[in-house]
Design a protein around this ligand. Structure first.
Ligand SMILES: *Cc1c(COP(=O)(O)O)cnc(C)c1O
Length: 371
């Protein structure tokens, strides 16, 4: 059986290093906002090429806190609009709503599945204050075109980089491609903690200071509360684990790209649409997403061949019960992606033989035709 993502295998590769880091954090007697978190924040900021990194409790909070900080700084106000890809994971949209802002859903490009820059300008109104591109599946969005539109209309650009740790766009890493960025360290992400975690990166010192305070009860000085804050901090134990795993991230991403290359070279079934890699980007392959009009049948065929796959995601955000007020929208590209997407196992613990088994199983898929 080839598992979709074997976290036990991925993390046990660093077992001794992780244990040493955990024991150090435990032995310190200091578990929140201490030296482990500070060290990881410095390392991750340097890795992304950004001036600041602020650890948070998870990726959703990282996104929400960025927006709350912009509200506190006066850059956005309640009811302002934020343009977001309609096919994102629901977290991006929830963050906008939690911050008292209005998500405006934009169709993705049918080729690369990231927000379609050519559709953004038609959605801009006088209330639009930001664009939130999501580097979906691990591939950076077309940031040059997005930044040009943002500059023209004085909009903020806030990256959702939760699926794209280490992805590169024209020589720069995600997390340093807009005004601010949010990351998730959910265990299954390319840089995964041993529990929940997240981070904000930015070059904007005022935003960083406000966000750091909001994540810590709105407080810059103990028991003095400047903002209506949250409690959302990256804890010492998670930070210690993340600092270990960050050292291996580039190698792991390179291995993901190797598996992806084997797939792209080996899969020749005309019933399958393979992902397209933009020449500007170094794809982090958090998800190797293929499209098939017969997705359910293909998933069953792969299961019968001993291959576990996932669907990212079965229901588009605007069709979720939680987002009923968006249900009337017509978003055919988004809906097609949610109907056809299938995620193949693509992670650093796989062998070339695993990849070849996946390729053979996909190439033997005949679809619904009688044979
Ligand atoms: C995982 C994810 C998030 C949320 O991260 P959590 O740490 O689970 O809160 C946000 N956006 C995208 C695109 C994600 O994939």
């Amino acid at each position: 059986m080839i598992k979709y993502c074997d976290l036990k295998k991925i993390n046990s590769a660093y077992g001794a290093e992780l244990q040493e880091a955990m024991l150090r954090a435990i032995g310190s007697g200091w578990y929140i906002l201490g030296s482990e978190t500070r060290f990881f924040e410095e390392q991750f900021a340097e890795y992304c090429g950004s001036r600041h990194c602020i650890g948070t409790g998870n990726g959703l909070d990282a996104l929400t806190i960025i927006l709350l900080a912009y509200r506190e700084n006066g850059a956005v106000k309640e009811g302002d609009e934020v343009i977001v890809p309609a096919n994102t994971y629901i977290a991006t949209i929830l963050a906008i709503m939690h911050a008292g802002l209005k998500p405006v859903l934009c169709e993705p490009s049918p080729k690369r599945y990231c927000i379609d820059p050519n559709r953004i300008e038609a959605l801009i109104t006088e209330r639009t204050k930001a664009i939130m591109p999501v580097h979906l599946y691990g591939q950076a969005c077309d940031m040059a075109q997005i930044s040009t539109i943002a500059r023209k209309h004085s909009l903020l650009v806030i990256e959702d980089a939760a699926q794209a740790h280490g992805a590169i766009y024209n020589g720069k890493r995600t997390g340093n491609l807009g005004d601010a960025a949010a990351f998730s360290f959910y265990p299954g992400k390319n840089l995964g903690a041993l529990g929940d975690g997240g981070a904000i990166t930015t070059n904007d010192t005022q935003l960083a200071d406000t966000a750091r305070a909001i994540a810590n009860y709105g407080s810059q000085k103990k028991y003095v509360n400047k903002y209506i804050g949250l409690n959302s901090r990256l804890d010492e134990i998670q930070a210690a684990a993340l600092a270990v795993k960050l050292k291996h991230l580039d190698r792991e991403n390179a291995r993901r790209r190797e598996i992806a290359r084997l797939y792209i070279e080996g899969i020749s079934n005309p019933l399958i649409k393979l992902p397209q890699i933009a020449d500007y980007s170094s794809h982090a392959f958090h998800i190797f997403a293929i499209m098939s009009a017969e997705r359910e049948m293909l998933q069953e065929h792969l299961r019968a061949s001993g291959i576990e796959t996932l669907i990212h995601y079965p229901i588009p955000p605007h069709k979720q019960e939680a987002l009923k007020s968006f249900a009337h929208l017509s978003l055919p590209i988004t809906e097609q992606i949610h109907r056809e997407e299938l995620s193949l196992p693509c992670n650093p613990s796989m062998s070339n033989a695993d990849a070849k088994q996946v390729i053979a199983a996909i190439n033997s898929f005949k679809g619904g035709i009688i044979n």
